[in-house]
Design a protein around this ligand. Structure first.
Ligand SMILES: Nc1ncnc2c1ncn2[C@@H]1O[C@H](COP(=O)(O)OP(=O)(O)OP(=O)(O)O)[C@@H](O)[C@H]1O
Length: 307
């Protein structure tokens, strides 16, 4: 039998963090599987950065616990295995690239100089260049070289590509994915660009108002839902037909006479949708995440002005 602790990279139990302004995270329970790429999604202020800071030991929980491969994030064991990259990459502009990598080598016992140099050289960046003279895309590459040079088991990426133009962004994402695939690194990636997550992530953690709203295997979550369109039924306010059985309405929008809805069915057939008035399909990951991000608390419908 697999050891559930060994196969879990990041685990939170009743995790909460309060600031003066209130709770940033509250009562969060989740397990992020090792060797997978998790999309960490949530609206502004949902608590994503707070979660990264708790996972790296930069912040301590107010309540509950968080562990990295079973260890407290402030321990050397956890720190050695974790690399963290945020949008504001903490590089010293006066250092050369070579000095920056030397800094990484001195701070990390298990440093992989060959990988770090390869990542830098692949971007045509001279080791003698001063960091302050590099473009944002080149700085990202150097920051990624530092992160991968650490040989991390867990790579935490807090919107590290947000300031890059689309082409550089695609290139940087390609670099991350190639390195991750080669080494079986666990990744938690936060991004507001949902279309980008679809191709790279196979697990999902969606936060809203400081709580876990959705989590699980990305494909399974899509399979557990139905995207539905059809002519609004007059018998319910949300335009959906009566008799949806055990299905939960995540979001429904009535536009004119048309209703679009996302239902959680957990794979069970819904008889009320069997007739040809309704078109149903498995949602894409982007459709699924958007519906949960937009949705009011369970069961509330939104009605848009008639077109
Ligand atoms: N150091 C801090 N001091 C006080 N409040 C904070 C601090 N850090 C975060 N918060 C508050 O905690 C809440 C969650 O913030 P957090 O930055 O974790 O959200 P986020 O999901 O990363 O948002 P974004 O997508 O905008 O980056 C917000 O209300 C924020 O104002």
């Amino acid at each position: 039998m697999t050891d559930p602790i060994a196969s879990t990279a990041l685990r939170a139990t009743r995790l909460g963090r309060r600031f003066r302004s209130g709770w940033a995270l509250r009562d969060c329970d989740f397990d992020l599987p090792a060797g997978r790429i998790t999309a960490l999604v949530g609206p502004n202020g949902a608590g994503k950065s707070t979660l990264f800071h708790l996972a790296t030991g930069l912040l301590r929980p107010t309540t509950g616990e968080i562990s990295v491969f079973g260890a407290d994030p402030v321990t050397a064991e956890a720190r050695d295995r974790t690399a963290f990259l945020a949008q504001d990459k903490p590089l010293y502009p006066r250092f050369t690239v070579d000095e920056t990598l030397r800094f990484g080598r001195e701070l990390n016992r298990d440093w992989d100089q060959a990988t770090a140099e390869r990542i830098v050289r692949a971007g045509d960046i001279s080791l003698d260049a001063r960091v302050g003279t590099l473009s944002p895309g080149q700085c990202t590459r150097v920051a990624l070289a530092l992160a991968f040079g650490k040989r991390p088991g867990l790579l935490l990426l807090d919107e590290p590509l947000a300031d890059l133009d689309p082409l550089v962004r695609i290139e940087a994402m390609g670099l991350v994915m190639a390195e991750v695939a080669e080494r079986g690194i666990t990744v938690v990636l936060s991004s507001h660009v949902l279309s980008e997550l679809e191709n790279v992530c196979d697990h999902v953690l969606l936060l809203k108002h400081g709580g876990v709203r959705l989590q699980g295997d990305a494909q399974q979550l899509c399979d557990d839902h139905l995207l539905l369109t059809g002519r609004a039924d007059g018998s319910r306010e949300d335009g959906l037909p009566p008799g949806l059985g055990g299905a939960t309405v995540v979001e429904s929008t009535v536009t004119g006479r048309q209703v679009t809805a996302l239902l959680r069915t957990d794979g069970h057939p819904v008889d009320a949708l069997a007739d040809d008035r309704w078109v149903t399909e498995i949602p894409s990951l982007e459709d699924l995440l958007l519906a949960y991000l937009r949705s009011a608390p369970a069961g509330t419908a939104t009605t848009e002005a008639a077109a």
